[in-house]
Design a protein around this ligand. Structure first.
Ligand code: F6R
Length: 247
């Protein structure tokens, strides 16, 4: 894992958008693994700017999102499908058929999860996976637990995750308690992984991630098994980490 401490989220979004732009120039039908949440929003804004400036053509790009709330229809304003439309897809020239976001209402969860993975395989696997990190170290919705799941699966969200996500709903009772998420093996299969963290409230988990070994208590620590991971944090999220800054 290579840690990059950038000055602020704007700088991170430029560095990450540079990687994505270079990848798409090299491979116009690149497969991107995408995340929702607050952290990647500035990256998406930067990608939209570059698309509007004629620098990035998304017409052949394929995307697979990490997760979706279980029980929400994709038309629900807090579904991750709507999040991606609002923050990225409706502003770029991506083809609807090339967008993959887990369904929040599959008829047969198990069969649906296997098919989602098969679709990723048929696409040739994820070239570049964007990740945020939960305060508890989750990636996707792989929550700390005694055992982690390799494949795409239905997961019960931790109370702390439900609390953290309540800010987007009218009340905490409205937050779904389960989600469909890519599993650890799905994530670790990506050829390149970029984990982003911004803000003082992520400083503790970034410190733990860097300074502890591999443990299911911090699912993100499994990224240490992958040899092509970049961690991008701003000065606040990196404030407790001994410096190995590059920018
Ligand atoms: C979102 C996801 C989550 C978030 C994490 C951080 O698709 O998979 O793991 O990346 O909860 O969320 P934010 O960025 O809102 O702090």
């Amino acid at each position: 894992m290579k840690l990059n401490i950038a000055q602020n989220e704007q700088k991170i979004s430029q560095l990450v958008a540079d990687e994505i732009e270079n990848l798409i120039k090299r491979k116009p039908d690149a497969v991107l693994g995408l995340a929702t949440g607050s952290t990647p929003i500035p990256v998406y804004q930067e990608l939209i700017r570059r698309h509007q400036a004629g620098r990035i053509d998304f017409s052949q790009v394929r995307t697979f999102n990490l997760d979706e709330y279980y029980g929400l229809d994709r038309s629900h304003d807090q579904s991750y499908y709507q999040f991606m439309q609002t923050h990225l897809f409706s502003h770029i020239n991506i083809q609807e058929d090339n967008i993959h976001i887990p369904s929040g209402q599959p008829a047969d969860v198990e069969a649906y999860c296997r098919e989602y993975e098969a679709e990723m395989e048929r696409a040739g696997g994820v070239d570049l996976q964007l990740l945020g990190i939960g305060h508890n170290g989750h990636i996707g919705f792989n929550e700390p637990a005694k055992e982690l799941h390799p494949g795409t699966h239905l997961v019960r969200l931790k109370p702390t995750t439900i609390e953290a996500n309540a800010r987007f709903f009218t009340s905490i009772e409205q937050v779904p308690t389960q989600a469909i998420t890519m599993g650890m093996q799905n994530i670790l299969k990506a050829k390149r992984i970029l984990l982003l963290a911004t803000g003082r409230d992520k400083a503790e988990i970034i410190h733990k991630l860097i300074h502890t070994g591999i443990t299911t208590d911090i699912p993100a620590s499994f990224l240490k098994l992958h040899d092509n991971v970049g961690i991008f944090v701003d000065e606040e999220a990196g404030s407790l980490v001994a410096s190995c800054a590059t920018s």
